[in-house]
Design a protein around this ligand. Structure first.
Ligand code: 0L1
Ligand code: MG
Length: 261
């Protein structure tokens, strides 16, 4: 697919997001859309955002847990881009207005202290991650009914990324048994999702390893200072006005967000 089509489709998705008006999946009209096209459309979409003053601060991994893959009927991990405008402060407010059908999910996030490029080991990923946080991702799909038919649809839509919140406690990842942390997400005091952190890629640091592999396929590196959302431990929860959402991760404290109309 030519570059002009990538730009055109990126504009369509960007408009859908800005207007909060969902569109049919791209593969309805472009059934031959490849994953390569989809990452090119995603990159064009990010260019539109940075041209308006947003700054890229990291990446998200998606579909890293069996529960998520089952929920969305998709079969392999994907990544998306995070900008500073997508961050909600810890304990802050998320306003539903301007979003389409947002859902929230329990994650952990890393901050890298040096560039990572190509195939790396678990140990190299750990060496390059200065800190780990409890985190929640607020997903929103720009597609009607949060439905798409394939990975290219999701990837073109920046892997459904929308907003995210990081806990205020950051710890060096080697201080924790990263794959054995209890994670529990409550809404208005009632537990809605819980899992062990091993539900994230078997071990959340492996999301960083996989992300580097996905980036290497596009000759890209993970820059120093990046935030990496490692992916959800459970299925996502649909947000309603009045929800007070709190995630507690063993050893990483709690992070919360209040949802308003
Ligand atoms: O972060 C995620 O796991 C989401 C990736 C895309 C699938 C979805 O829209 O839920
Ligand atoms: Mg996620």
């Amino acid at each position: 697919m030519p570059m002009t089509n990538h730009q055109e489709l990126a504009h369509v998705l960007d408009r859908a997001r800005l207007d909060a008006q969902p569109i049919p999946p791209l593969t309805r009209t472009h059934p031959d859309l490849t994953l390569k096209d989809a990452y090119a459309i995603q990159a064009e979409g990010v260019r539109l955002r940075t041209a308006r003053g947003e700054r890229v601060i990291g990446l998200k991994m998606g579909l890293t847990s069996e529960a998520k893959r089952k929920q969305m009927n998709l079969d392999s991990p994907v990544y998306g881009v995070l900008t500073q405008q997508m961050q909600v402060s810890a304990g802050g407010v998320f306003r539903l207005q301007g979003f389409i059908h947002p859902k929230i999910e329990p994650e952990v996030a890393f901050r890298t202290s040096r560039e990572l490029r190509g195939r790396i080991s678990r140990e190299e990923a750990l060496d390059a991650c200065a800190s780990v946080f409890a985190a929640m991702e607020i997903l929103d799909s720009r597609y009607l009914d949060f439905k798409y038919f394939s990975l290219p649809d999701v990837v073109a839509d920046n892997s459904s990324s929308s907003m995210f919140v990081l806990g205020s406690l950051e710890r060096p990842p080697r201080e924790l048994a990263l794959a054995k942390l209890d994670m529990s997400m409550e809404v208005n005091g009632a537990a809605v999702q819980s899992a062990l952190s091993s539900a994230i890629s078997g071990d959340p640091i492996l999301s960083v390893v996989q992300l580097c592999e996905l980036l290497a396929e596009r000759d890209e590196a993970l820059p120093a200072g990046s935030i990496v959302l490692a992916g959800a431990a459970t299925a996502a929860h649909m947000l309603q006005p009045g929800d007070e959402v709190r995630l507690t991760v063993e050893g990483l404290g709690s992070v919360s967000v209040s949802v308003t109309r």
